[in-house]
Unconditional design. Structure first.
Length: 319
């Protein structure tokens, strides 16, 4: 069930656990935020959707439905649809914002004052992106950037920290510093796991060098955890997190094989491979995801010794 545009949908999933769904103007049309009952009787909000030009209009229906104030805001990761409204909620409620230490550093690099259009252009053009597509992609990124109202100098979280009885873990891959909250077999998962679709895993400027390798480690860790349910940032909850982790691993194994098969002996750029993995005309945001994901898979193949980098592209190595 998805909220109508600009009208949040609030559902009680379990005692002391609420889900708020906002619409998104992206490839995926909604995002879930979660409200956790605190030991004080107040609420902890996990994730905030996109930032709004009118935060009062966007969030007042949610705040008025609650029987107690929001006393803290936790951000799982720095993607616009999760961190975007953090400052909006903080200013409306006075609640502090908590964010993973590594994730906040990535947030500053991606959305702070130091981001550089020339460096970004050089990075993507090295991966084979045509100039005209970069221009369209940058326009969309600027639109997204305007909706990222992150909070500077939040309270920083590290693995093993606790937030009102919820344990913080860093599970990398979808985002370098992605955090989750875990308690009593329940994971507030952000985009680490998703039902029916797979989290995007892409290689971006200033990120860790092998995000797919990081994500495989994350999936191994989830398989080893004792989890009953994962409440996710999109779509429905995941009732078998370990089983879903295995399915997602198999999906990426298949995509690795397809990425290698797209190489024909001549150096092929990540953009070339993205067209084979994700054919058709894509929205600029979706093409950026496709390019970053192709690059992440090619780099994992390179770390595995199955391809090598030659003249700005990739060629397969003999099996």
């Amino acid at each position: 069930m998805v909220a109508a545009r600009n009208v949040p949908l609030m559902e009680e999933l379990a005692p002391g656990l609420l889900r708020v769904t906002f619409s998104l103007p992206l490839g995926i049309d909604h995002v879930h935020c979660y409200l956790l009952r605190s030991s004080s009787g107040c609420w902890t909000l996990v994730d905030t959707g996109l930032g709004s030009r009118d935060p009062e209009k966007r969030w007042r229906p949610v705040l008025d439905e609650l029987d107690a104030p929001i006393e803290r805001v936790v951000v799982t990761h720095m993607h616009p649809d999760h961190v975007g409204g953090a400052r909006d909620v903080a200013e409306l409620t006075g609640a502090p914002v908590l964010q993973g230490r590594d994730d906040y550093a990535q947030c500053l690099a991606a959305w702070g004052d130091g981001r550089s259009l020339p460096r970004l252009a050089e990075y993507w053009q090295k991966q084979g992106l045509p100039d005209d597509e970069f221009t369209a992609m940058q326009s969309e990124r600027d639109n997204l950037g305007a909706a990222v109202h992150f909070v500077r100098d939040p309270q920083l979280l590290d693995p093993g920290d606790e937030v009102d009885g919820w344990r913080v873990e860093v599970l990398r891959g979808h985002a370098d510093g992605h955090i989750v909250l875990i308690r009593d077999g329940v994971m507030i998962a952000g985009d680490v796991l998703l039902a029916g679709i797979t989290p995007t895993v892409g290689l971006y400027p200033n990120s860790r060098p092998d995000p797919l390798g990081d994500f495989f480690e994350t999936l191994d860790r989830i398989e080893a955890m004792t989890l009953d349910v994962a409440y996710t940032g999109h779509r429905s909850k995941v009732d078998d997190p370990a089983g879903r982790a295995r399915e997602i691993r198999a999906h990426h194994d298949d995509r690795l094989a397809r990425a290698r098969a797209a190489l024909d002996g001549q150096p092929r750029t990540a953009y070339d491979v993205s067209l084979a993995l994700f054919p058709g005309d894509l929205h600029p945001v979706q093409r950026r995801f496709a390019l970053a994901e192709a690059l992440a898979h090619l780099e994992r193949l390179a770390y595995d010794g199955r391809v090598t980098r030659v003249d700005g592209g990739y060629v397969p190595l003999d099996a």
